[in-house]
Write a protein that binds this ligand. Structure first.
Ligand code: DC
Length: 484
């Protein structure tokens, strides 16, 4: 069993994501400081969330610094609550924090009071949005140029966006609506790039704000319910890469947790599955390799992969040490795999291994990520996290074309597309374990996402499901102990 671990790749993808999220980290830490200010009680934040003038900003809005906590030394901030921000008696200088202008204006627009904002430039469309919501705005060029004087109203109305427009809404305006929506009745949905939307959903959840996530074109849609009670958060310095739900899910899991990732060829699910496993400390199984190893072993014995008896025999006597063999990536092994995969006795023979892997992952991991075609629907139907990763046939064909061309192969893109469409039709219509998303799977279309964005979206969606699963466990154990 331990040999299966050798098919685990290096954590390169995870590092890439960490590097890319670093750019958004400063803005996210600023948002953390803002949320702590709008929360009654003492929050713990990473030191950089309260550095570089953000401490002045939070204090101008009524927050008070608290002594660092003893073991971790994290700075503390006692906030004044949603709807309780103080009217600042001096201009708020956001020249060094342009990413905070829109969310802060959104939040202040819901407060009865006037704030003056100093900035080098204002996000385009912010002033009309604030006015539409009911705030009074004054500034040079009818409020188009800073400084900006903003008078909020407790009866703010946040405009809803039709879903088709959400993937195109400028990010600052989406943030302004979302933060305004925190202090207003009803639901507000804002779609953000996954690298920002994912950590922001984690941040809101860390402050006890219920947030629902859904894929939305090339973005993630965050839906918040206004006037939610916020609770103080405790964020460590690495909260973006190790959000609180990772530890919470680990602590709440009584058995091994399973992340099921299904989808067609070249949709990017393998990369996502490996990276998720690395980021979460889970074991990883590429179940396609089981079918490839079975087909390949029939070929090596001189047999026909379409012969049910030979294929079943190969599946039943599969030696998992061969799973790391690079020869399994070959076209011949792929073709043999697709033949043996259509034989019910083969699927049956491989089922036990896959379920065993999920139930007792190697090396004591707290769970496993399995990727394939039928993980969420057949192999692990009760997995708490199910993603169906897909992309248009054209996108997948182009990715496969570039991959093969870079590997020095002489390939024609139109031929690959043709084969891809034929294989999709075969996989989706086959009688046994056809390629269809499980009813409770989240469908993530990666056509318009690059690798980093796709991973950020998958990470956030997995977190959303694990958070929900964790609170189910917490609720169940509370009702067990008689708590209400
Ligand atoms: O993902 P891949 O290309 O390595 O998969 C090889 C073949 O195995 C492919 O034809 C689909 C099939 N397969 C399957 O039927 N069920 C799985 N869980 C995984 C792969």
């Amino acid at each position: 069993m331990t040999d299966t671990a050798s098919v685990l790749p290096s954590p390169v993808e995870t590092e890439t994501v960490a590097a890319d999220t670093r750019a958004a980290r400063a803005a996210l830490n600023g948002l953390a400081a803002l949320l702590a200010t709008a929360t009654v009680g003492e929050s713990r934040l990473p030191a950089d969330a309260l550095a570089e003038g953000q401490d002045r900003l939070t204090q101008a809005l009524g927050a008070t610094p608290a002594a660092p906590n003893a073991p971790e030394g994290l700075p503390g901030l006692a906030g004044c609550g949603l709807g309780g921000l103080r009217e600042p008696d001096a201009p708020l200088d956001l020249r060094a924090h342009p990413a905070l202008i829109a969310p802060l204006c959104g939040l202040l627009a819901a407060h009865d009071g006037t704030a003056v904002i100093l900035a080098d430039a204002l996000p385009k469309g912010l002033v009309p949005l604030l006015e539409t919501m009911g705030a009074a705005v004054q500034g040079a060029d009818h409020g188009a140029r800073p400084p900006l004087s903003l008078r909020g109203t407790p009866t703010l109305m946040v405009p809803a966006m039709v879903p088709e427009d959400q993937p195109h809404e400028p990010v600052p305006l989406a943030l302004a609506r979302l933060f305004a929506g925190l202090a207003c009745p009803g639901r507000t949905t804002a779609a953000l790039p996954p690298t920002l939307g994912g950590p922001l959903a984690d941040l809101l959840a860390a402050f006890g704000i219920p947030v629902a996530l859904a894929p939305c074109g090339a973005r993630l849609a965050l839906t918040v319910t206004g006037e939610a009670e916020t609770t103080p958060a405790s964020l460590t310095a690495d909260w973006v890469t190790a959000p609180p739900w990772v530890r919470a899910a680990q602590a709440a899991s009584t058995g091994a947790i399973t992340v099921a990732i299904d989808g067609p060829a070249a949709a990017g699910k393998g990369t996502l599955a490996r990276s998720l496993a690395d980021a979460l400390g889970l074991a990883y199984l590429d179940t396609g390799r089981l079918y490839r190893a079975t087909g390949y072993s029939v070929l090596q014995a001189g047999g026909d992969p379409s012969d049910p008896a030979a294929a079943e025999q190969a599946a039943r006597s599969l030696d998992t040490r061969v799973l790391a063999d690079p020869a399994l990536r070959s076209e011949a092994a792929g073709d043999a795999a697709s033949r043996v995969a259509a034989i019910p006795a083969v699927r049956d023979a491989l089922l036990a291994f896959q379920r065993q892997f999920a139930r007792t992952p190697p090396d004591g991991a707290w769970g496993a990520v399995l990727d394939g075609r039928d993980i969420g629907s057949v192999v692990c139907p009760s997995a708490p996290v199910k993603l169906f990763v897909t992309a248009s046939a054209e996108t997948r064909a182009q990715r496969r074309f570039l991959e093969l061309r870079d590997a020095g192969q002489d390939v024609i893109e139109s031929r690959i597309l043709q084969d891809m469409k034929a294989r999709d039709a075969r996989d989706s219509s086959r009688g046994i374990a056809p390629l269809v998303p499980a009813a409770d799977a989240v469908v993530l279309d990666t056509s318009d996402l690059d690798r980093t964005e796709a991973l950020a979206a998958a990470f956030a969606l997995a977190g959303d499901r694990l958070r929900a699963a964790g609170s189910d466990v917490a609720r169940a154990s509370m009702s067990h102990t008689g708590a209400s």
